[in-house]
Write a protein that binds this ligand. Sequence first.
Ligand code: PLP
Length: 354
Amino acid sequence: MEEDTIDDVVEVLDSGRYVKGPVGERFEDRFAAQTGVEHAVGVSSGTAALLLALRAAGVGPGDQVLVPGHSFFATVSPVLSLDADPVFVDIDPETYTMDPADLAEKASAATSPAAVIPVHIYGAMADMDAIGRVAEEHDLFVLEDACQAHFAERDGETAGSAGDAGAFSFYPSKNMTVAGDGGMVTTDDAELAREMRRLRNHGRDDDGVHRSLGLNYRLDETSAAVGLAQLGRVERWNRNRHSAAERYTEALETVPEVTAPTEPEDAFHVYHLYVIQAPDRDELQDHLEAQGIDTGIHYGTALHEHPAVTDRIDPVSLPRTEALVDRILSLPMYPEIAERDVEYVTNTICEFYR
Ligand SMILES: Cc1ncc(COP(=O)(O)O)c(C=O)c1O
């Protein structure tokens, strides 16, 4: 960790103020300003961010929440834990984000649609203009799952500023972190922000009265100090990720078997993950591992096929999502990845298909 960040953390430790303090407030103000929204509310994780935003919006038992089939489980677990019903939407085959046309169909067929959670998967923003039009027609609360997409852009909007609220994670592998768990919710809605601030702190109002049932979802001051320092660096890190992605994509043009990720026009993909589609994915992964290259699969099971979900809902079929999960492979991606490492990975992939 950078020396100046360590100094900031030590300053918090020396202050004796570990929660509900001024560093958290500065982190929130700066995160809101950088995202281009009025309010940011620091919380204990990305999962808490999603849960509290849904609760503050009034989503509860029997409400239907539209979610994409392809994401990390935490996109749907807050929905299930509120006893709301997920309605799964297939993905756009180019960006792997929620398909607005399928969303329109599913929202029209839904009996009590209340919210939609577009996920900016891998760092690519979903088509928020098209999703926003469907949401308006069906009066849906739009909660962006921006947990993988800090400062991604599309059509002139920044992730977390294009819906009614945006949820971010600072889990250590994310594009920016707090050296532990943490999260943030962004919104322009002052009342929503106020309710989330209550909910993260036992539902307590400024006068000490508990008018909502909240728990403890607070973000520590030491975490906020790390987050604040990283806010000054994350946009440079994102540019480095983007340049590494361009190098990968250019080199993979010579391997017709592999599908590289794409970036819509007028978008800035922040490449939380660089994910290719590959036939014989498992064999390719073994081959790369044998050459000392660590890869990952994000995610090998579609959201609607996890037992924790199938226990609760009738079976659904999402053909594009189901086809994708058997073919995806995440290549090494981090801001400092060296050109020669990208070259070694792509040469090893070429070798496998030759
Ligand atoms: C898409 C997505 N949603 C939600 C989460 C949950 O965030 P956290 O792990 O901070 O609870 C994550 C990260 O893990 C994620 O990648």
